[in-house]
Each structure stands twice: as C-alpha cells, then as structure tokens.
Design a protein around this ligand. Structure first.
Ligand SMILES: C[C@@](CO)(OP(=O)(O)O)[C@H](O)COP(=O)(O)OP(=O)(O)OC[C@H]1O[C@@H](n2ccc(N)nc2=O)[C@H](O)[C@@H]1O
Ligand SMILES: Nc1ncnc2c1ncn2[C@@H]1O[C@H](COP(=O)(O)OP(=O)(O)O)[C@@H](O)[C@H]1O
Length: 317
C-alpha cells in the first residue's frame, strides 16, 4: 500500500490586528504568519478500505470525526468521489509534537498535511489555488499551513501574500501544560468587548486604510530589517487573553525582563514566544525564565524560523 510521511510545521503570529467584525460572523484580520521548525509528523497510508482512521497517542487529540485531519480527508472524499472510489480510504498517523490548543495551528497544520498527502496518494493533480480553496473551506489558518514561510494574511486569515523569508531568527515558546485557549472563545470575547462593525466591501477606502496598520512590519520584512520587525510585534487577542489568564500575563512580563529581541503571545494563545538571534541565546533565556517562574507546569520549546509549509519527511520514500 502506498504511503506518504509529511512534516506539518507550527506557526506563530508576528502580527495580528483585528480590523473588525465581518458579516459572515468571522473577523477581518491583518496578520503576519511565520512557520517554525517545530512540527508534527503525519503519515497517510492507503488502507484499501472505505474508511479513514486517525491514530494519535496525544490524550487531548480526538481520533474521531472531529479531528481536523479527518475532516480534511472527508472534504476530499466528497469533492472527488471518483478518486475515493478508485483509491479508497487511508490510515492517518499523527505524531504530535506541537502543543494542543496553544495558538500554534497544530490541528490546522495536520489538516493541511492530509490535503497535501491525499492529493498525492490519489493522483488528483490539483493546482495550488484549488488546494488553497479546499483548505479555506476547512479553517482560516489552513491555507497558510500548506505553503508556510513568512506571509501576510488578510480576510479571515485565508488570503495570503508571500513575504520575503525572515532567516536567522530563533524562537523560545513557553506554555503552561494544563492551559489551553479556545480560538472561538477568544474571538467571541473580543467581539463582545471591542466589536465594531466593519464591512470589507465598503467603498470608503480611506476608512479601511486607516485601520490597517501592518504596513510598518511588512516594510521591515521587505527590507530584512529584523530590529524593526521585532519593534512591530503586536497581537490584538492579547487584550482578551492576558486579563483572563494572569499566568500568561506574568509569563509575557517575565520574558520582557531578559535580553530578548521581542516577545508576544501567539494567535489566540496561551503560548508566549520570545525571539533571539541564536540558539545559544534562546537556551539561556529559557533557563532564566524557568528559574524565575520555577513552575513545573511550564513547558518550553526552541525552534527556528523556516521558509516552508507542508514537506515530505526527510529520509522517507
Ligand atoms: C487565532 C488564529 C491566528 O492565526 O490562530 P490560532 O490561535 O487558532 O492558532 C486564527 O485566526 C484562527 O484560525 P483557525 O483556527 O483556522 O480558525 P477557524 O477554525 O476558521 O475558526 C475558529 C473560530 O475562530 C473564529 N474566527 C476565526 C478566524 C477569524 N478571522 N475570525 C474569527 O472570528 C471563528 O468564528 C471560529 O469560532
Ligand atoms: N489534529 C488535531 N491536532 C490538534 N488538535 C486537534 C486536532 N483535531 C482537532 N483538534 C482539536 O482542536 C482544538 C484546537 O487545537 P489546535 O489546532 O492545536 O489549537 P489552535 O487552534 O490554538 O492552534 C483542540 O482542542 C483539539 O481537541
């Protein structure tokens, strides 16, 4: 039976601005997304049956139809029933390295890997826009997870413009093991507290431009001015998550005390990250934060920026 083994990287948000409410219930965003080399391994193995089966050891990851990877497979099955009939189902093995419900797009990246893997397994010959369209139907962050790298994301987060690679940066990620934040809760709470009506189709371009402030970070990335990039780090969702989770606020403040280039909460949290220009520095900061907070529930990861999304796992054919 044919199989593909893929690496599904996590992302961090270097910039997340909520422009306003959308009529479809989502939020209009302006984000800068960055892939990092912390990733899950996703293996997709044809199983000759009429089913998809999810295999994952992580206690917080469901192995049923609610798994985003399963939903990705189902979407391809209903969109291309003839291919499904010809090739059949698959076993999907997820080796989880990305923390769950952490604001790092773990589930989204797994779903992206399934779209890419099944597309190859079923010889569908889809174009990149066709694949991106399917991804968009499944979740706002999934189109980015396919192509990865550094990108400006607008709309729901699904409209992408690639940006020049940000190379040579390292990231220390920290998360309380027992803490997870629901993305839906974060956006809903933001809407209740700060909601504003915003219609993208508005002809009032001047009003729209006034509210989109990603210009400076995009320019800094284009100029590869890393010092300027770190000055522009921003996440509107911190306004609702940090007051609700004092531990996360404390973590964010602790990173600020040390010699980091910049620090921010990623996505809907609760992961907090800090940037450095070397792995040694990242190790040093990790030790300093760990010693300061001394909490056994706190977990750390060190990763570097990468310029790829879903990739074939090295050494597997
Ligand atoms: C916050 C971010 C930042 O990158 O990432 P995470 O923290 O989840 O990793 C994303 O916007 C999350 O993207 P994703 O997790 O794909 O979102 P979806 O599945 O489409 O939607 C999950 C929930 O968030 C809300 N949502 C999502 C995107 C958006 N632009 N506006 C929203 O209000 C939706 O209404 C839904 O209740
Ligand atoms: N393949 C998957 N990996 C991780 N979580 C998943 C997956 N499929 C469904 N989930 C569920 O989605 C929720 C959000 O998980 P995740 O994608 O890791 O976080 P985030 O949306 O913060 O990036 C979790 O509570 C988890 O139960």
């Amino acid at each position: 039976m044919r199989s593909y083994s893929l690496i599904a990287p996590a992302k961090i948000n270097l910039y997340l601005e909520i422009i306003g409410d959308r009529p479809d219930g989502y939020h209009e965003l302006s984000m800068v997304l960055q892939s990092i080399d912390l990733g899950d391994r996703v293996e997709i193995r044809a199983n000759g049956t009429e089913d998809f089966r999810i295999h994952c050891q992580h206690p917080e990851v469901p192995c049923d139809r609610t798994n985003l990877a399963y939903r990705a497979a189902e979407l391809l099955k209903t969109t291309y029933p003839n291919a499904f009939e010809q090739y059949g189902g698959a076993d999907i093995f997820i080796d989880k390295q990305i923390p769950v419900a952490a604001g790092l797009a773990g589930g989204s990246s797994n779903a992206a890997a399934v779209l890419v893997g099944l597309e190859m397994l079923w010889d569908l010959g889809l174009t990149q826009p066709e694949l991106q369209d399917l991804a968009s139907q499944l979740g706002s962050d999934i189109p980015f997870c396919i192509t990865g790298g550094t990108a400006l994301a607008t709309g729901r987060g699904n409209e992408l413009e690639p940006l020049p690679d940000l190379e040579g940066l390292y990231v220390i990620l920290a998360k309380y093991r027992s803490l997870g934040v629901s993305t839906a809760w974060a956006y809903q709470t933001y809407r209740q507290q700060f909601g504003s009506s915003y219609v993208r189709e508005s002809t009032d371009l001047a009003a729209r431009q006034k509210r989109v402030h990603s210009g400076p970070i995009v320019k800094a990335i284009a100029l590869r001015d890393e010092m300027k990039v770190v000055e522009c780090l921003h996440n509107d969702l911190e306004k609702v998550v940090l007051p609700e989770y004092p531990q996360v606020l404390k973590l964010r403040q602790t990173f600020e005390q040390f010699d980091v280039l910049g620090t921010l909460m990623s996505g809907s949290g609760p992961t907090v990250f800090a940037l450095t220009d070397s792995r040694e520095k990242a190790e040093q900061i990790r030790a300093q934060v760990q010693n300061t907070l001394g909490n056994p529930d706190l977990e750390f990861w060190i990763a570097k920026f990468i310029n790829t999304g879903i990739q074939l796992a090295p050494g597997v054919h």
